[in-house]
Design a protein. Sequence first.
Length: 411
Amino acid sequence: MACQAVNFRVVFRRMLKHKGHRKFYYLDNAAATPIDPRVLKSMTLAYKKYGNPSSFNNAGRLAREEMESARLTIARFLGARPEEIVFTSSGSEANNLALRGVLNNEQRTVLTTPIEHPSVLETLKRIKGIKVKYVPVDKEGLVELDAFQNMLTAHCSLVSVMYANNEIGTIQPIRQISKTIRDFNQKLETHEKSQVIFHVDACQAVGFLNMNVQHLGADLVTFNGSKIYGPRGVGVLYVRRGTKLRSLILGGSQERGLRAGTENVPAIVGLAKAVALLKEARIKKQELRIKFIRDYAIKKLEEISGVILNGPRKDKRLVNNISICVPNLESENLLLELDKYSISAGSGSACASHSVEPSHVLKAIGVPAKYINGALRFSLGRETTKKDIDYLVKSLVKIIAELTKRYARLR
């Protein structure tokens, strides 16, 4: 085992190595993590099982065995039944299936927050007939529970709240929210339409937070492979038994009729391998190491004149997330300059990175106007070190000084 661990680290560093001879500092793991070599190996073997898992022949049976084994691994990870696992092409598709699958264009109310991922907010905007209400959040991005409880009514059919925010790392009190919904449902009449369904986008939470669906109390839970050193192009929607959904993609009867199309068996196998490796990461207490580096980074970054931290501190924040704002500068220019120093970072959601609009998340938590356009998100990974943070801080100080002078000349 010791030899395997050493080989993994060597291969992993080679994968992250810059094309030149300078070190590459990858601090955008919330957008996508590098694929673990062991995941890649499992996928390579799965590609040899080339049959269609729906075919009634030996090649198809071999592919189906691989897929169902992966489904069982993921179900056990979530504390769910295998038949409650639906494979999709991404977290965004899983969110779409959860929301559109439940909402039938009827005059019903949906509760969500103003800081959700675009795949939730934009989907809800486009579903006809529903009324979307936004539960307020405080300055750290935490749901105001009293307001949420007051907003629950008999006309509400769905609540969608993300487990951990992709921009500012805020961890929501999902168990308290689910208990509030459960208590509310118990007071209603038992006919089916009265029950409020709870959806949780957990794409950023996997690998850091408790993902047992019985613990969370949610009816629908979304996650994907690209945030846990797994493959891109594969996602999961957990659907609690008894929760009725309509299919978005019509055709065959794959995924219990909820998602037509030949399943991507190698990606599904890779996702299951990535999930299985999370147990090893917990044993090695990688989360504690990343948390230590995060706290060190926050301390160092806040020492830079004018820089502010977005979101909560410590336990209410994802261990790998650092979100800051630099006054009177623009994220795009900051990111371009960081790239020159071989530092890859982000400014918010990767799905909205080409938008010139200020972050909807930062708007919702009340970030002042002079800061809101200068957002930077650094998301740490398994290979991030204190030396990497020292280099980041040193580089950022230079970049801020250079850009400030440049802006002054243009005025």
